[in-house]
Design a protein around this ligand. Structure first.
Ligand code: UFG
Length: 340
């Protein structure tokens, strides 16, 4: 019988791509999402790709009763927990909102998992837990540094909550995936990134500038200690990131592991500067990016990229898409959005 995966935050950017990747592998998916930063319509776009409409529950997991009702309603084999707020700046201005939403929803989910004997959870973590790394690339054993933002701290604390619960309950299996910078859209261009309001991340802001929704892209800082002075990140195609979740689920459900708390970096292992992103975007799309250098953005680190050898070896996963594919699909998606 097909295994059932609860995907919290499944109408969001990474969540929706992961739902498609799970369905491709034959998993039955239940999405729980409060639509705080996504639209219900995403489930129909998922159906257009996979020909399977995922079950959808429009609930807020920070609401204990709603979370309880969800777990009472379905028989679930594993959970992928994406549902969380994700903006660094917003979290600095409103830390309570972030701690409350991101941590209470995790606690509610874990509590229901325990009550229902559900032992497998994949958690959306972030490379933000490394803070400003001392050496590059970062490996999973690189130190977790004091977080630069309440958002980042919610990820660190969530990892600690999960690890403590694994120590207390040897049946619980947790895989924390530390994401680097996901960009791009599904090759069908039916799902992609749809930030509500003004985008805060580089790619949606860049594509919105090129399509004419924004006047210019601000490049935050050109005086960093990097070859061209702009920040370096490890950009990963969102479908590669989605497949990493499938590999994590397969490891938990089918292969087993003696260790019940595991952490993996999910990036490409390559770093690109903001200027390299702009130049490559211009090359692959033939479009001009109107940008201006501005001061550094608070909380930004100069550079980070991943050592992905652990995920390559243990999860038997690797990133397949090149930067050119990521940028081209992001542009196609922006043009698709402009049609509606
Ligand atoms: N940038 C610009 N202009 C913009 C937006 C971003 O120059 O308009 C720059 C940033 O300064 C940074 C790079 O582009 O150097 C990437 O910025 P993003 O905001 O796209 O991504 P971040 O690396 O800051 O943050 C992302 C996620 C976080 C996650 C973090 C981990 O948004 O959720 O990666 O490093 F925690």
């Amino acid at each position: 019988m097909n295994k059932t995966i609860l995907v919290t935050g499944g109408t969001g950017y990474i969540g929706s791509h992961t739902v498609v990747a799970l369905q491709e592998k034959g998993y039955k998916v239940i999405i729980a999402d409060n639509l705080a930063n996504s639209e219900k319509e995403v489930i129909y776009n998922i159906e257009k790709i996979s020909h399977v409409l995922p079950q959808f529950e429009p609930i807020d997991l920070a609401n204990e009763q709603a979370c309880e009702a969800l777990f009472n309603k379905y028989s679930i084999n594993a959970v992928i927990h994406f549902a969380a707020y994700k903006y660094v700046n917003e979290s600095v201005n409103n830390p309570l909102r972030y701690y409350k939403n991101n941590l209470i929803s995790l606690l509610n989910v874990l509590n229901e998992m325990k009550k229902h004997n559900i032992c497998n959870i994949v958690f959306s973590s972030s490379c933000t837990v490394y803070g400003t790394p001392d050496t590059l690339p970062v490996t999973e054993t690189s130190p977790v540094k004091k977080s630069m933002s309440p958002y980042g701290n919610t990820k660190q604390v969530a990892e600690e909550i999960l690890e403590d619960n694994c120590k207390a309950d040897r049946h619980l299996k947790v895989i924390s995936l530390r994401y680097f910078n996901p960009i791009g859209a599904h090759p069908s261009i039916k799902i992609g990134e749809t930030a509500k309001g003004i985008p805060q991340n580089l790619l949606p802001y860049l594509t919105q500038t090129v399509i004419g929704k924004r006047e210019f892209l601000s490049v935050f800082g050109n005086d960093y200690n990097t070859p061209d002075g702009t920040c370096i990140r490890d950009y990963i195609h969102v479908m590669d990131l989605a497949y990493a979740h499938v590999c994590a689920i397969e490891r938990m459900l089918h292969m087993g592991s003696d260790i019940n708390y595991e952490v993996f970096n999910v990036g490409t292992g390559k770093g690109y500067s903001v200027l390299e992103i702009i130049q490559t975007f211009e090359k692959v799309t033939g479009m001009k990016v109107n940008f201006q250098f501005k001061g550094r953005r608070e909380g930004d680190i100069a550079q980070i990229w991943a050592d992905t050898s652990l995920a390559n070896k243990v999860l038997k996963w690797e990133a397949l898409y090149a930067l050119e594919d990521m940028l081209l699909s992001a542009w196609k998606w922006e043009k698709e959005l402009a049609k509606s």
